[in-house]
Design a protein around this ligand. Structure first.
Ligand code: ZN
Ligand code: ZN
Length: 78
């Protein structure tokens, strides 16, 4: 299961290039709002690393199920 580039781009624009994580179990403000760098998608290191995350696993590859997460939040979220 993977998002299309189009969906990721739309989610990125919705997020305005910031982490959309709202999980209260994480040690950050709600939302996380960490500033991300488009070119650093999928990179474990580097400033502003991020990944497109499925809000609900098995919930499909739709925009509403796509969440832009910084790498730290991505790692903490299953
Ligand atoms: Zn985050
Ligand atoms: Zn988080």
């Amino acid at each position: 299961m993977a998002f299309s580039e189009q969906t990721i781009l739309e989610a990125w624009n919705r997020a305005k290039g910031r982490c959309e994580c709202r999980r209260s179990t994480h040690n950050h403000a709600i939302p996380c709002n960490k500033e991300l760098v488009w070119e650093n998608r999928g990179r474990e290191t580097g400033r502003g690393a991020w990944e497109a995350h499925h809000l609900v696993s098995g919930g499909g590859d739709t925009l509403s199920n796509c969440q832009i997460l910084c790498w730290n939040c991505h790692k903490l979220t299953f």
